[in-house]
Design a protein around this ligand. Sequence first.
Ligand code: ADP
Ligand code: MG
Length: 281
Amino acid sequence: MNMLSTLDRVKQHLVDLKMPSALEVLDDILGRVERDELSTLEALDTLLAEESTLRETRRIRAQLMTSRLTNIKTLEAFDFSFQPSLDRNRILTLAELSFIERHQTVHLLGPPGVGKSHLAVALGVTAVKARKSVYFTTLAELVTTLTQAERAGTLTNRLRYINRVALLIVDEVGYLPIEKGGANLLFQLVNARYEKGATILTSNRGFKDWGEIFGDNVVAAALLDRLLHHAVVVEIAGNSYRLREHADLIPESLKGGAALEEEKTRRKPGRPRKKMSVATA
Ligand code: ADP
Ligand code: MG
């Protein structure tokens, strides 16, 4: 009688404390204690671990939504053998996330389909799991958001909101040209963020094309000045994973990062320049 009421009380505590997972496994764990399969301490550990795991899973799911990371990709799912030009260890080092502490910028460059977005999202997911705040956007969406905020008179708040995150991911730089006003807004964001937060950018275009992408050489040079300082540049020169079964159908002229290869010959390999002028591009 006394035993039963203690058990009932424990169950009620678990309800009051909002620990549904622990409640669910309680009877099973107590059974294992009675059969001497678990010590009291192990039983407590198992019970709390159950609840803790559920909460962590929920936290990650909610944070992924807030971060706008909806199309989830992981490093485990990335086939490095498909992309021999990519140094696996460099990506795994990035996944240790010290670039976030150091407020660095990571550029993932390469032609379409080589896994730039996949890797950017996977690093974002890794950061969320490590309790870092993340904001994922395409460049086109970001410029639209900033333009709308400026019209609504809320630009300062919007810039503050975006720059509060530990890791900003800007996908698809260079797919669409950016209006001049958009480039200026982006510069405000990048300038305010400079040395205060980490950024990952993905692009299918070389830096020399930034003047064209942003419709203004001066703004592009100012953007690159910030975004290449403390930067890690990862170039992926391989084939499209999307087209891996149809590679023979793609004309040579459209294959594998011609623009980036050209860019490489103009640079000392492996060392991103601190400053870079695109005025000559
Ligand atoms: P990009 O952004 O460079 O154009 P994505 O990252 O969108 O390319 O990759 C295109 C598709 O192929 C995605 O579904 C991605 O998950 C997948 N993918 C690309 N590279 C790999 C890889 N090496 N291993 C596994 N999946 C890959
Ligand atoms: Mg992409």
